[in-house]
Design a protein around this ligand. Structure first.
Ligand SMILES: [Zn+2]
Length: 322
């Protein structure tokens, strides 16, 4: 796929031409520092730079070149660690701004109380100036030279007032900067409602990726989602239990020929138990090795696999003109 020469992806180490992103996972957790979320669930703590470098060097050796990190403001994000891991592993990393679900923050968190405009200003500054070294977790803000390249936010099983406000703030930041969007859907719920809201806020759906939608492996629903022009990310390939088959594979095989430029994959390996370098499995190379083999065995060509891993991430996570 050819890209306009000015089309770029904003990585933690700087802007790169979209065409040079390479094999990319669309929803990862490279670093999760100690935070409210990791206190509640210690397995979420993925804070070790050495482990990340080891795992990402293996990912690189297996052909991987880029990952979109998905821990937004004050939920364990650490932009300085992401920059170090990127430099040492050679893997391009995109750092998010935005806010996660309410359950990942203490009840007194600023995300619950700041206005739409105040939130948008914080997101825009992360994107245009540099991510705060303290991750917006205190009154002091020290901007680093590492800028955010995606806006990550979420809805739960029903839209709360907080989520409506964050959707509006994120859309505003997208319109002002052209920064692409990555959303969390809770077990694939409310994907159509997310699309409706983003469209009504004037967001370019070609630069929106909805995550975890394969948790609801309903072909009719997926066709409706994809017909909107939005992009989706599937990350349950290694999560299905014995006896469930692999609905993620089945979705890809059924939908990719129809919607070749809208489907991406990720591990969303937000637990240390999923990482080889922390002593767990299946490890972050799973999609490049085991799952790609499964897709090939199901008849998908290398050209189609390249759409999933290379050209769709490049076009989705490229900045659009503000
Ligand atoms: Zn995630």
């Amino acid at each position: 796929m050819a890209f306009a020469p000015e089309s770029f992806v904003r990585t933690v180490l700087g802007d790169i031409p979209a065409g040079r992103l390479g094999v990319c996972y669309a929803h990862e957790h490279v670093i999760i520092d100690g935070s409210f979320a990791t206190c509640a669930t210690p397995d979420f703590l993925i804070d070790d730079v050495e482990c990340a470098v080891t795992e990402l060097r293996q990912f690189y050796a297996d052909g991987g070149r880029a990952m979109v990190d998905s821990m937004p403001c004050d939920s364990g994000r650490n932009v300085l660690k992401l920059a170090t891991v990127s430099r040492r592993s050679g893997v391009h990393l995109v750092c998010p701004t935005g806010l996660h679900l309410a359950k990942y923050y203490d009840p007194g968190h600023w995300g619950n109380f700041y206005t739409e405009d105040q939130l948008a200003a914080l997101f825009v500054a992360d994107i245009t100036e540099g991510v705060d070294a303290h991750d917006y977790n205190g009154p002091l803000v020290e901007r680093t030279s590492h800028r955010a390249g995606v806006i990550k936010f979420a809805s739960d099983r029903a839209f709360s007032g907080r989520e409506e406000k964050i959707f509006a703030a994120a859309a505003q930041a997208h319109r002002r900067t052209g920064c692409p969007i990555l959303t969390h859907t809770e077990q694939g719920e409310l994907a159509l409602a997310q699309i409706e809201r983003l469209r009504s806020h004037g967001v370019d759906l070609r630069h929106v990726c909805l995550s975890h939608t394969d948790r609801k492996p309903d072909l009719g629903l997926h066709r409706e989602l994809l017909a909107s022009g939005v992009r989706v990310e599937y990350d349950s390939a290694f999560r299905w239990k014995p006896g469930q088959g692999n609905p993620t594979r089945d979705l890809v095989v059924a939908l990719l020929p129809e919607f070749p430029d809208q489907i991406m994959l990720g591990m969303d390996a937000a637990r240390r138990g999923y990482w080889r370098s922390y002593g767990g499995g299946p490890g972050l190379s799973f999609l490049l090795n085991d799952f790609s083999a499964l897709l090939r065995a199901a008849g998908l060509s290398q050209a189609l696999l390249d759409r999933i891993f290379v050209s769709t991430p490049a076009s989705t996570f490229a900045f659009s003109p503000p």
